[in-house]
Ligand binder design. Structure first.
Ligand SMILES: Nc1ncnc2c1ncn2[C@@H]1O[C@H](COP(=O)(O)OP(=O)(O)O)[C@@H](O)[C@H]1O
Ligand SMILES: [Mg+2]
Length: 275
């Protein structure tokens, strides 16, 4: 797969607090990536850096070709324009002709159960409805890369299903999806690669079958005041006084560093594929 975006040693700080540290990531054509992690871990920040909306404190991003980006924020600014006026203006900015814009607005607002609300000022619309307007805008002209910040957080079940359907349609047409989200079923239905952001680092969370790489069994003992990093929760099995964790090769170094930092003692490492 051809590379589309590479992040090289991206570090981001807000007022001297490091949110993301030395992240490296390659996004390739046809990929669908999700970033997950607890509130405040830096998902929105990373999306904005990839979208070019904020500049990272250190590191660089390389964009291959010149992809058309669309960015759907979690919270949309409230404005006096109606959704129809907003979508028409954005369609014009995307160089779509007026007839095409009208057709797209009609079709997409029906798909998203939004037709009744098209002529209300946007400042009166709920968070979920504003997210729909924002997604409709992103769908009117198919982008090469669609960035979505927690797209389901304000949506009812019917709209969530429409979202999943539309996003998969875009994937089939070749749009690269990069989103932040908490919902496991959304990641299962849309994403082929999932990363967790924890403690300023990025960890890949794919399962064994899809990754194809080597796997290791790590053995740990608790040290004094050890604490389980969130990225490892649910992955440890207790065997006597030791703790066992199966990891992929590409995440092992980061996980070991994280565990040691949190007070754990590494007692052994075995090749899981030769068990
Ligand atoms: N503009 C900003 N100025 C200062 N701190 C910020 C700013 N934006 C986000 N933060 C802080 O950075 C951390 C990461 O935020 P964010 O990227 O929004 O996380 P997430 O999307 O994972 O919830 C949080 O602690 C947040 O309070
Ligand atoms: Mg966020």
């Amino acid at each position: 797969m051809q590379e589309l975006i590479t992040l090289n040693n991206i570090t981001h700080q807000y007022q001297n607090e490091t949110i993301l540290q030395d992240l490296n990531l390659t996004v390739s054509e046809h990929q669908s990536i999700a970033f997950t992690g607890h509130n405040g871990c830096g998902k929105s920040t990373l999306l904005k850096i990839i979208a070019g909306l904020i500049r990272s404190t250190q590191g660089s991003i390389r964009y291959y070709r010149d992809p058309l980006f669309h960015y759907v924020p979690e919270r949309f600014p409230k404005m006096n324009l109606t959704a129809r006026q907003y979508l028409s203006r954005m369609g014009k900015l995307d160089s779509l002709d007026a007839g095409e814009v009208c057709r797209q607005i009609k079709k997409l607002s029906e798909d998203f159960f939004l037709s009744e609300m098209l002529d209300l000022p946007m400042k009166h619309l709920s968070k979920g409805t504003l997210q729909k307007v924002s997604v409709i805008q992103a769908l009117m002209k198919r982008p090469d890369v669609l960035l979505l910040d927690e797209p389901l957080s304000g949506q009812d079940t019917d709209s969530q299903n429409v979202f999943i359907e539309k996003l998969n349609e875009l994937r089939r047409q070749g749009t690269v999806l990069i989103m932040s989200c908490h919902e496991q079923y959304l990641m299962d239905s849309i994403s082929d690669t999932v990363y967790k952001i924890d403690n300023t680092q990025l960890f890949r969370l794919d399962d064994k079958k899809s990754s194809g790489g080597r796997h290791y069994i790590l053995w740990f003992e608790r040290g004094i005041e050890s604490r389980l990093p969130e990225s490892c929760s649910g992955r440890m099995t207790i065997c006597g006084d030791r703790y066992k964790m199966e990891v992929q090769e590409n995440e092992s170094n980061q996980l070991i560093a994280c565990m040691i930092q949190e007070g754990w003692l590494l007692r052994g490492m075995e090749d899981a594929d030769h068990q």
